[in-house]
Every structure is written in structure tokens, then in C-alpha cells.
Design a binder for this molecule. Structure first.
Ligand SMILES: C[S@@+](CC[C@H](N)C(=O)[O-])C[C@H]1O[C@@H](n2cnc3c(N)ncnc32)[C@H](O)[C@@H]1O
Length: 208
């Protein structure tokens, strides 16, 4: 699938639904970041922007990257509306072809799943290398499908945090795994329907 196809796919996803007025942050992000000193953050596949807006509100300078121009333009407008326009830089970026430049204290990749071509291990390895010493990479993946998910294939394999870490293949002298687990949470879907789902959480810290 080409970049053009991927852009069309994800622009279609976002254009098909109204802009979120007040997108919420990921609970794994808030529990990880609360108490950390603010710095420079990069949100990979920012989507509606709940994570970027929350981080900016906590004093972080956020680069929010997504392949969808619709998502990026909506987030930029939302950041301005929330008075956070100077803290959020929303950029259209295809992570399949390159990685955003710069060094970061926090990089997050939440549900960075796509039916289009994307070498996630390469993206996450680039992210680990883009961390400043002391910086953290938070990866939150689906560990199960909600009943309203488009993917109801019972044979779907959800890689464990340990498998994701093994795929990134980082030198233990420079990066350490701070968290690798599979917590449950109650997710809210269309029409306010709720269901218990599993997250796969991987938190890596660059130590040197
Ligand atoms: C399942 S959504 C998750 C969005 C958001 N992180 C969240 O937690 O709600 C995946 C996001 O990744 C973006 N994405 C998919 N492929 C991408 C690529 N090659 N480069 C950049 N972003 C991409 C999509 O546009 C979409 O916003």
C-alpha cells in the first residue's frame, strides 16, 4: 500500500466523523507522566490529539505527528482553541518513510496500529534513539478487541509488550525496560457502550 493510499485511508477515517471537541488522554500516559518534569515530547500517530493536548497542558512542548492531514489540522485548531497553540506543533508525517527530527524527553506511540504498510519495529527503534538520556518511550498497544472494533478476527495475535521490546532490540547498556504489562480497563465505544479491554504497555527509558 502506497503513502497515498495510507493518507487516503486515514483521512477518510477522520473525515467520516466529527472533530472531537475535548479528546481525552490515555490513562497509561497520565499515570506515567504525572510527576515528571515537563520537557519536549513527541506523539507518534497523534490522532484526535487528546494526549498531545493533555501533555501541553502539563507544560510539555509537544510535536504531534500523524499521516492524516485532517487529524493534524483539527489538532492544530483545537490547540489554538484551548490556548495551547504555542505548545503543540501538529505535523503531517508518514512514519513509514521517515522519522521526525529532534531529541525528546518523552515519545509516545498509543495504538499505533494501521492496516497500511508500517514497519513498527523500525519506527519504535528510531524513537528509542531519538530519546535524550533519561527520556522515556511509552508504547500502548491493544491487547484485545473491543466488541465494536473493526477487527473481530479471533485469530488476531496481539504482540505482548515483551515481544514488542524484543522486536525493537535495544542494547541493555543504553535502554532499560521500566514497565511491560497488560492492564485491563473499561473502554467506552459508540453510543456510550462499555466493555473491558486489555492494553499492552511497554515503557522504555534511555539511561545513557
Ligand atoms: C488507531 S489510531 C490511534 C490514534 C491515537 N494515538 C490514539 O491513541 O487514539 C492510529 C493513528 O496512527 C496514524 N498513522 C497510521 N499510519 C501512520 C503513518 N505511517 N505515519 C504517521 N501516522 C500514522 C493514523 O492516522 C491514526 O491517527
Amino acid at each position: 500500500m502506497t503513502t497515498t493510499d495510507a493518507v487516503a485511508f486515514w483521512d477518510g477515517v477522520y473525515a467520516a466523523r466529527p472533530a472531537a471537541g475535548n479528546p481525552q488522554p490515555n490513562a497509561r500516559l497520565t499515570e506515567t507522566v504525572t510527576g515528571l518534569p515537563a520537557g519536549d515530547a513527541l506523539d507518534l500517530g497523534c490522532g484526535d490529539g487528546g494526549d498531545a493536548l493533555w501533555l501541553a497542558g502539563q507544560g510539555w512542548q509537544v510535536t504531534a505527528a500523524d499521516i492524516s492531514a485532517v487529524a493534524v489540522e483539527r489538532l492544530a485548531a483545537l490547540a489554538r482553541a484551548h490556548g495551547l497553540g504555542d505548545r503543540v506543533t501538529a505535523v503531517r508525517h508518514d512514519l513509514h518513510t521517515s522519522f521526525p527530527p529532534g531529541g525528546f524527553d518523552l515519545i509516545c506511540a498509543h495504538y499505533l496500529h494501521t492496516p497500511c504498510d508500517l514497519d513498527r519495529a523500525t519506527v519504535l527503534r528510531s524513537a528509542a534513539h531519538a530519546l535524550r538520556p533519561g527520556g522515556r518511550l511509552l508504547v500502548v498497544d491493544h491487547g484485545s478487541a473491543a466488541p465494536w472494533s473493526w477487527n473481530q478476527d479471533p485469530d488476531t495475535h496481539y504482540p505482548s509488550p515483551q515481544e514488542v521490546a524484543a522486536g525493537i532490540d535495544l542494547a541493555p547498556e543504553t535502554w532499560t525496560v521500566e514497565r511491560a504489562d497488560a492492564p485491563r480497563r473499561i473502554a467506552t465505544g459508540p453510543g456510550g457502550r462499555t466493555a473491558e479491554v486489555i492494553d499492552h504497555v511497554l515503557l522504555i527509558r534511555r539511561t545513557a
